[in-house]
Write a protein that binds this ligand. Structure first.
Ligand code: FAD
Length: 316
């Protein structure tokens, strides 16, 4: 069976859920080989084994984490030259997409970004992408070189498949050309205690209709263990940080449940959330376009509806 490389997304050895999703997808295509960059591989091992990694390639050269993404792309190219994988899967975030693009150039290979599904078909990996603000879905396949695919969060439900992967240390050589942008300082974002927006199973988002008061949004989110999102109107008004913006120029999310409160449903907002499994809207205007795409809609004032819903959820 062919090897499928999965670049592990982690923070100091704590593996992100997106990696469990990539490993689940990789098992459809072949034998998942996890590539771990940086410190903490021992901490990551149980999670990688839980989702079926048959082997873990550890890259601990400090230059890989001292500089921005270029060294990681070089390192992955060297791993790929040795392993000759049938595909390479990387998380679709800003760093992942840049690594993937640089890697595609180095390997002279085709690249598909932002896949929302990947299956084994037609003798290889066939991806599904949602394009034109979500109005079309496209099935695609790389026809040249090693398929490099970035996969969006929540593209698959992580399925456990217990393995005991061995760790293989792999030495890489980083060129001077890749060491031109050094990381000066790296600070974690202030912890909110809520799940990461792009990984959350439930998101409660607020828009201009909040009038700048995200209290009811946060309280409802907390009652559900959800992440908080925001429309651009709310972000541009300075009511919520840009890191939480959902949409074309913000994050793309695909949770099990998306609650849009005081959001009209502009196409640019939809582009970031319309692949959510269940969509609920709270809006005082029954004609708001968001109601065209919801599974459940509540016509009402979010400042009344959300506290009532929060109280009900908290009671249970
Ligand atoms: P509005 O459109 O003003 O809607 C507010 C809604 O709240 C209304 O439907 C109103 O009925 C309702 N409301 C008011 N008061 C209450 C209340 N008390 N209770 C319940 N409902 C209430 N937008 C994004 O969100 N994300 C993006 O990434 C994004 N990218 C963009 C990129 C470009 C190039 C452009 C041109 C635009 C982009 N936009 C984006 C902006 C987008 O077009 C809309 O302007 C924006 O989404 C509107 O945000 P909103 O729904 O919060 O505000």
């Amino acid at each position: 069976m062919s090897n499928v490389l999965v670049l592990v997304d982690h923070t100091a050895g704590t593996v992100r859920k997106t990696t469990a999703e990539l490993l689940t997808i990789a098992r459809r295509l072949g034998e998942p080989v996890a590539v771990f960059v940086g410190e903490g591989v021992a901490d990551a091992l149980p999670a990688l084994g839980q989702y079926g990694a048959t082997k873990v390639i550890a890259l601990s050269n400090p230059e890989l984490t001292q500089f921005l993404v270029a060294p990681k792309a070089e390192a992955l190219a060297q791993v790929a030259a040795k392993i000759e994988p049938s595909a390479i899967l990387i998380s679709s975030n800003a760093e992942g997409k840049e690594i993937a693009a640089r890697l595609a150039v180095k390997l002279d290979s085709g690249l598909i970004t932002d896949a929302v599904d990947v299956v084994a078909a037609d003798g290889g990996a066939v991806t599904t992408q949602s394009v034109f603000a979500g109005n079309f879905t496209v099935q695609a396949k790389v026809t040249h070189g090693t398929p490099i695919i970035t996969v969006k969060p929540n593209a698959a439900t992580p399925e456990a498949a217990e393995t005991s992967p061995e760790v293989e240390e792999f030495d890489v050589t980083i060129s001077d050309a890749a060491k031109t942008a050094r990381i000066v300082e790296s600070k974690p974002r202030e912890a909110t205690g809520r799940p990461e927006l792009t990984e959350a199973a439930i998101i409660v988002s607020g828009g201009r209709g909040t009038g700048g008061d995200f209290g009811p949004i946060e309280a409802f989110a907390d009652s559900l263990g959800a992440a908080v999102g925001a429309s651009r109107a709310a972000v541009d008004s300075g009511w919520y940080p840009h890191a939480y913006q959902v949409g074309q120029t913000g994050k793309t999310v695909s949770p099990q449940l998306y609650v849009a409160a005081g959001i009209s449903g502009a196409i640019q907002h939809r582009a970031g959330m319309q692949t959510s499994k269940t969509i609920v809207a709270v809006n005082k205007d029954p004609e708001a376009p968001i109601f065209e795409l919801v599974d459940f809609g509540v016509v009402g004032d979010l400042h009344k509806v959300l506290p009532t819903a929060t109280e009900e959820v908290t009671k249970r």
